[in-house]
Ligand binder design. Structure first.
Ligand SMILES: [Zn+2]
Length: 192
């Protein structure tokens, strides 16, 4: 792996919590916060040369690291922030109305129940729609517009969210994440 890759950080219980960059990982190693490693890949970072023995310091960072004392907040009671990018990823860049796949600039966030009709700007009321379908639907519900949803919206779990947000996920990291995702997860269809 190289320094552009993200490192998957686990909590003390071994559950994935976040992506971190290599600088943050170095700090965790130096502060003795890393309790164990469980990835197959690693990255060696070279530091300064010691004035005492002339040796260059180096630190080997694993692709998946478990760390101490992370966050007392409930692990499973978590709603990830809703952004267009993660919403489009959740829906596999596919328009929920016409079923075609688009690139990001032709996609939009549609509110199933329009905001003007009291709908909320939340995961369960938000779907990916191509701009054309979104315009066509306008300020109406799917029933009123006669445009049924081709898939159901869902709130990604913390782990599903890590999968949606990963920039370039290494094979060992993806295997690890998927091993913590239920068999029934809709995310699986997209990443198998
Ligand atoms: Zn469409």
């Amino acid at each position: 792996m190289d320094i552009t890759k993200q490192i998957l950080r686990l909590n003390y219980a071994g559950l994935p919590i976040e992506w971190i960059n290599y600088q943050t990982a170095v700090r965790l190693y130096c502060n003795n916060q890393v309790t164990y490693e469980c990835g197959d890949s690693s990255l060696t970072i070279r530091g300064g040369v010691s004035r005492i023995n002339g040796l260059q310091s180096k630190i080997k960072i694993n692709s998946i690291i478990a760390t101490k004392n992370y966050s007392k907040v409930s692990y499973f009671n978590y709603t990830p922030p809703l952004t267009n990018i993660t919403l489009f990823q959740r829906d596999a860049k596919t328009c929920i109305y016409c079923g075609d796949t688009f690139n990001l600039k032709n996609l939009s966030r549609d509110h199933i129940i329009p905001l003007s009709k009291g709908g909320e700007d939340k995961w369960m009321n938000s779907v990916t729609a191509c701009k054309r379908c979104n315009n066509l639907k306008g300020d109406r519900s799917p029933e009123q517009a006669n445009m049924p949803l081709l898939a159901v919206p869902f709130i990604p779990s913390r782990i599903e969210y890590l999968i949606l947000r990963g920039r370039t996920i290494l094979a060992d990291q993806m295997d690890f994440l998927l091993s913590h995702v239920p068999k029934s997860s809709l995310i699986r269809k997209r990443y198998k």
